[in-house]
Write a protein that binds this ligand. Structure first.
Ligand code: NDP
Length: 254
């Protein structure tokens, strides 16, 4: 029987990369409201501090660790700091992401590398570190933030689409490998959400196109991604792994 307790995250520790703004902040606050202690990992210290204050208002232990997820050597120390200060991490949300637009014909190699390192490589290596600790405790939840571009091609977005497509495959393959350790690995696939990343699409012809294609007829709010995250972080999803949960107002079905 479903009961609110199934979604209760009291006593759990969550790490959210890019948790200081946009979708990451929405998810961090949702996890905190469900009772989890939350560590956010991102670069901008001012934004980090502001969200830690909001998390603390939810009455849970909260922490920000300054981290650039592209610095691979810094990933393990950041996870260790979260565990030292908050306790064993049983929920990891790989949310930090960037979009650099450009044409496939002359896309700069350094921009390609930056997008792939941020949106794909960091998600795998952080998941690997988290899973080593989760496996020892036979319990864990890894949630990757995918994109409509995990599924569709589009103009001018080649490394972003490549990274997000691969992230879904990372989700599926890690789900299989980690299932015997009782670690569930799933993805949330947001549609168009009002954040800094989508400011350019929030007006003009692009906006009209998106609204016309989205059955719900609007952009989503960052906090509307939190429900799926709480579900995938909780016992309610213990038999759900390798799945993609769409939070997109129906964009992908039209
Ligand atoms: P925002 O630009 O609002 O937020 C991005 C977050 O990622 C910030 O908190 C930023 O913090 C962090 N970040 C970026 N680069 C790094 C880095 N190198 N190291 C650590 N943190 C980093 O974007 P959104 O909230 O829109 O996007 C969040 C995720 O959702 C991304 O993966 C994005 O691809 C995905 N997504 C977004 C959609 C949308 O419509 N908005 C749709 C589908 C997917 P800081 O700069 O302080 O490091």
């Amino acid at each position: 029987m479903a009961s609110p307790k199934m979604f209760d995250l009291s006593g759990k520790v969550a790490v959210v990369t890019g948790g200081n703004g946009g979708i990451g902040r929405g998810i961090a606050l949702g996890l905190a409201q469900a009772g989890a202690a939350v560590a956010i990992l991102a670069r901008n210290e001012e934004k980090n501090r502001a969200v830690v204050d909001e998390l603390a208002n939810a009455g849970v232990p909260a922490l920000a660790i300054k981290l650039d997820v592209t610095r691979r050597d810094d990933l393990r120390p950041a996870m260790e700091e979260a565990e030292r200060k908050l306790g064993p991490v049983s929920i990891l949300v790989n949310n930090a992401g960037i979009a650099i637009m450009g044409s496939a014909l002359n896309f700069r190699a350094e921009d390609w590398d930056r997008v792939i390192e941020t949106n794909l490589n960091s998600c795998f290596f952080l998941s690997q570190i988290a899973a080593q600790s989760m496996a020892a405790r036979k319990q864990g939840k890894i949630i990757n933030i995918a994109s409509e571009y995990s599924r569709f091609g589009a103009q001018g977005i080649i490394p972003y689409a490549a990274a997000k497509g691969a992230l879904v495959q990372v989700t599926r393959t890690m789900a299989i490998e980690l299932a015997p350790h009782n670690i569930q690995v799933n993805a949330i696939l947001p549609g168009w959400i009002e954040t800094d990343m989508t400011v350019v699409a929030q007006s003009g012809p692009w906006f009209e196109e998106i609204i016309a294609r989205t059955p719900a007829g609007r952009f989503g709010k960052p906090e509307e991604t939190a429900g799926a995250a709480v579900f995938l972080a909780s016992h309610a999803s213990d038999f759900v792994t390798g799945s993609i949960v769409y939070v997109d107002g129906g964009y992908a079905i039209r």
